[in-house]
Each structure stands twice: as structure tokens, then as C-alpha cells.
Design a protein around this ligand. Structure first.
Ligand code: COA
Ligand code: MG
Length: 275
């Protein structure tokens, strides 16, 4: 899972287009990209389209509204084609549990639909550890636009966001869930900036990112796909470790290899797309 492409729920003309592209996840949105007056029709459109899907590839997630509208959204989209719910403006683990209970009453297979809480406020970031450990949560997603509005952090200042990003990465690792999804880059025409900011997220421990335009998908996929050289190096380290039989391991440059490095190499190999 590297890229999640948002599609506004009031744009059914884009649903099939998004599904046929290279995004790993198509993220249908019922929240802020849908104007208030179109919420009901968007929910109905999304629900109807989801019912036409059999085995959805790429996987399909739906971003639902928080608060009073959440239950209405969840009832309409807890369908077999949906792999996960992105819960906008998640603030607490209790909120996630409440969503899980509603899903439980509507989903086809008990406990199947995952929850990807979207953390986009100061309270959410401070509660990240508890939210990450809540039932059904498979990964966190960071929403920086609302967070910056909430906190007055300058959205253009990466230093200002560093502590927040790291907290979300640590909370995910501590809870044993997948690494978090990074925020969307709203300047969708500047693909060089996208590549650069995506690489920065990757270095910080994010493993995937949401996006809003199809042109962003291949770049995000590329940054989050290990290169052939990285895979060869990981394979070599694991082979050396196995051959050392519990003894000290050296890499091809003669440097001693820590066990933690082997663990990282194994994870890289396990996550690599099948050839
Ligand atoms: N999913 C699928 N297809 C999309 C798409 C999306 N999110 N965004 C654009 N496209 C399609 C367009 O329909 C167009 O297709 P065409 O070549 O067949 O005509 C093509 O990609 C190029 O689009 P372009 O003209 O460059 O963009 P646009 O001006 O039509 O749309 C946005 C720009 C930002 C309005 C649009 O990308 C969008 O709505 N993105 C999602 C926003 C969102 O969901 N935000 C909420 C989360 S922050
Ligand atoms: Mg938001």
C-alpha cells in the first residue's frame, strides 16, 4: 500500500477512472470535498457504485464524516467492496470503537472492515497512541491541512511539522500497526515538489501517502517502492545472516551488521511487491 487517491463522492464520473488507474487504494470521499448540499446525493451515489463492484482491485476505502453524519455514512458504505473506512477528524479511541460497533452491525463478515483514522487536530495527535491501539485500526493517516489550521503551524514549514509526523510514526510502531499514510500534497501540478516531499516522508517512516490527482500516483508509488538495488542488498544481508549461523555478520563492505539491520532487511523483502 503506497498510494491512496481521493475521489470526491459527488463525482461518480471519476469513480471508474480512479479504479482503473495505478493507485493502490481508491479513497472515495464523503467529507470535505463534498459540498454540504450534496452530502446525501454523494452518499447515495457512492453506495450504489460500491454495490456494483465485486472483487475491487485496487482496494476501495471510503472517507466518512465525523459526528452526527458518521452513522448514516457507515450504514450506506459498510459493503463487501469496502476494505477500510477512513474516519475523518478522529479525536479519540472511543470514537473509533463507536465506529467499529456500527460497522459490526452492517458488514458482511464480522470484524472485516478496517479503520484508518485520519488525525488532523492537536487533540488527535496527542491521542495517537490510544487511537492506533483501538480495535480495527490498521494504520493512521495524517491530515496536515486541518491540523495546521487548528494549531497555527505554517503548512509550508516542514520543521514545524516534524514532531507531529514523528509522533504519528511512533504511535503506529508502538501499537504494531502498519506505518502511517502521509498527507496529500494539494499543489498537484508541482510534481518535483511532490517527489521531494514524498521522499522526506519516506525517510521519516511513512509508508504511503494520500493524493488528490492521478498525476501524483506514479510518483508516490515509485518513492515507496524499494529499488532493485535495495532489494538485492537486503537479500544479501539476510543470506549472510543465515550463513553466519548465530555468529557475527559482516556486510559486503566488511562492516559489522546489527541484528536490527537484519530485521529491517527482512521487512523490506516481506513488503516488496511480488514479481
Ligand atoms: N480521481 C480520478 N480521476 C481524476 C481525479 C481523481 N481524483 N482528478 C482528476 N481526474 C481526472 C480528470 O477527470 C481528467 O480526466 P480526463 O483526462 O479523462 O478528462 C484527468 O484526471 C486530468 O485532470 P485535470 O484536468 O488535470 O484536473 P481537474 O482540474 O479536472 O481536477 C481536482 C482537479 C483537484 C479538482 C481533482 O483532481 C479532484 O477533485 N481531486 C480530488 C479532491 C479531493 O478528493 N479532496 C479531498 C481530500 S483532500
Ligand atoms: Mg480534513
Amino acid at each position: 500500500m503506497r498510494s491512496a487517491l481521493y475521489v470526491p463522492g459527488n463525482r461518480p464520473d471519476l469513480f471508474d477512472k480512479a479504479l482503473s488507474g495505478p493507485a493502490d487504494v481508491v479513497l472515495l470521499d464523503l467529507e470535505d470535498s463534498v459540498p454540504p448540499g450534496e452530502k446525501d446525493s454523494a452518499r447515495a451515489e457512492v453506495s450504489a457504485w460500491l454495490r456494483t463492484l465485486t472483487a475491487a482491485r485496487p482496494s476501495v476505502w471510503v472517507r466518512v464524516n465525523s459526528g452526527a453524519a458518521a452513522e448514516r455514512d457507515l450504514r450506506a458504505v459498510a459493503l463487501p467492496a469496502v476494505a477500510a473506512i477512513c474516519l475523518a477528524k478522529t479525536e479519540s479511541a472511543e470514537q473509533v470503537r463507536a465506529v467499529g460497533t456500527i460497522l459490526g452491525a452492517h458488514e458482511d463478515v464480522p470484524d472485516r472492515i478496517r479503520i484508518c483514522p485520519l488525525l488532523e487536530s492537536a487533540a488527535a495527535v496527542l491521542a495517537a497512541a490510544a487511537i492506533a491501539a483501538a480495535p480495527r485500526v490498521s494504520r493512521l493517516q495524517l491530515g496536515e491541512a486541518d491540523l495546521c489550521a487548528d494549531t497555527d503551524i505554517d503548512p509550508g514549514d516542514r520543521d514545524g511539522l516534524l514532531a507531529v509526523r514523528t509522533q504519528v510514526v511512533l504511535a503506529s510502531a508502538a501499537a504494531g500497526i502498519d506505518p502511517p499514510l502521509g498527507p496529500a500534497e494539494t499543489d498537484f501540478r508541482d510534481l518535483d515538489a511532490l517527489r521531494e516531499s514524498t521522499k522526506a516522508l519516506a525517510r521519516m517512516g511513512f509508508r504511503g501517502r494520500s493524493c488528490i490527482h492521478p498525476a501524483q500516483v506514479p510518483i508516490i508509488n515509485e518513492v515507496f517502492t524499494p529499488t532493485a538495488a535495495e532489494l538485492v542488498r537486503a537479500r544479501d544481508l539476510v543470506d549472510r545472516f543465515d550463513a553466519a549461523n548465530g555468529g557475527i555478520v559482516f556486510d559486503s563492505g566488511g562492516r559489522m551488521v546489527d541484528l536490527a539491520v537484519i530485521r529491517r532487511a527482512r521487512r523490506l523483502l516481506a513488503d516488496a511487491p511480488a514479481e
